[in-house]
Write a protein that binds this ligand. Structure first.
Ligand code: NAD
Length: 276
């Protein structure tokens, strides 16, 4: 059996000789920034079933029948994102851009790759920090400070039935009526199309790169999970980094994103300790 050390060296060699690297990330890359994955034990979908909270129809129904529960869901989603900072894995990926051509394709909606300094980021599932119209025209970006304020107001408004009428006001910077019509975060809900042009660009990048690093994704959310298979069909080396083996890669580096990514980038490019 090939040792962990040899696997890291092999993966580093692939990265060093690649002309274009795609880093494809999922919820796991942000877990060590304090944003839990949704599917793990005790994850968000156990407390808030996706049928009620991840589809427009379910959300509108919950808003009518139980606005306090909807407010509590929004708080559960927003609070960790409002408080998060890029971790060592996000930073090492951004730092490696100085050494090679890297495109980040992320399923995450937390904006942490950009905050770490990555400059080419395809957000195929949109973002909680980007507010758009119903036709997905850009309206504004929200800061984490602003998200934290929304969380505080929602927490307060959800506390008693008397404050329920204030929930729409608390939510308004995120979703509601504005001078541009109805606005919402660009984060993609179940049943909605992928963000464009990010998705088409991500498909093209996946076929065009030499190496794809797949970090912290279970590969069960489609169509996003197609990308490593598209890449593999085009002869791309697929390296997965995850505590669990998703079976997607030719090389699996077992461990968390923060354990593996900085070490891998250091072996590949001599990345500075600053990123760790
Ligand atoms: P998933 O929940 O299906 O899988 C998470 C994967 O991360 C698992 O394979 C798990 O073993 C792995 N993991 C857990 N901790 C890790 C760590 N510290 N380092 C590396 N890997 C770790 O996630 P998914 O495949 O991304 O699909 C979930 C969907 O939910 C995505 O579409 C995503 O948009 C959304 N989501 C986003 C965020 C976020 O923006 N941070 C958080 C949760 C969910």
């Amino acid at each position: 059996m090939i040792s962990r050390n040899s696997k890291l060296d092999l993966a580093a060699g692939y990265l060093r000789t690649a002309e274009h690297v795609v880093v494809f990330t999922g919820a796991g890359v942000s877990a060590e920034s304090g944003i839990d994955t949704f599917r793990d034990d005790g994850g968000l979908w156990q407390e808030f079933p996706p049928e009620q909270f991840a589809h427009w129809q379910g959300i509108l129904q919950t808003a009518r029948r139980n606005p306090r529960r909807l407010a509590s869901f929004v708080v559960h989603v927003l609070k960790p994102v409002a408080e998060a900072k890029p971790n060592a894995a996000h930073l090492a990926i951004a730092e490696a851009e100085k050494q090679t051509d890297i495109t980040v394709v992320t399923q995450n909606v937390d904006g942490l790759h950009q905050e770490a300094g990555s400059t080419v980021v395809r957000e195929i599932h949109g973002s909680l920090l980007e507010i758009v119209t119903l036709r997905r025209q850009f309206v504004r970006l929200l800061s984490r400070k602003r998200l934290a304020r929304i969380v505080r107001w929602l927490n307060w408004a959800a506390r008693s039935w008397l404050a329920v009428p204030l929930i729409p006001f608390a939510l308004n910077p995120l979703a509601g009526l504005s001078w541009r019509g109805v606005v919402r975060p660009s984060a993609v809900l179940f049943g909605e199309g992928m963000m464009e042009p990010d998705w088409s660009d991500a498909l093209a990048d996946s076929c065009d790169c030499d190496v794809m690093l797949v970090i912290g994704t279970s590969g069960v959310v489609f169509p996003a999970a197609m990308l490593p298979f598209e890449a593999r069909d085009n002869g791309v080396h697929i390296i997965t980094i995850d505590p669990e083996d998703s079976g997607m890669g030719e090389l699996w580096l077992q461990g968390t994103a923060c354990e593996i990514v900085p070490e891998l980038m250091k072996r590949a490019f001599g990345a500075s300790d600053e990123a760790e």
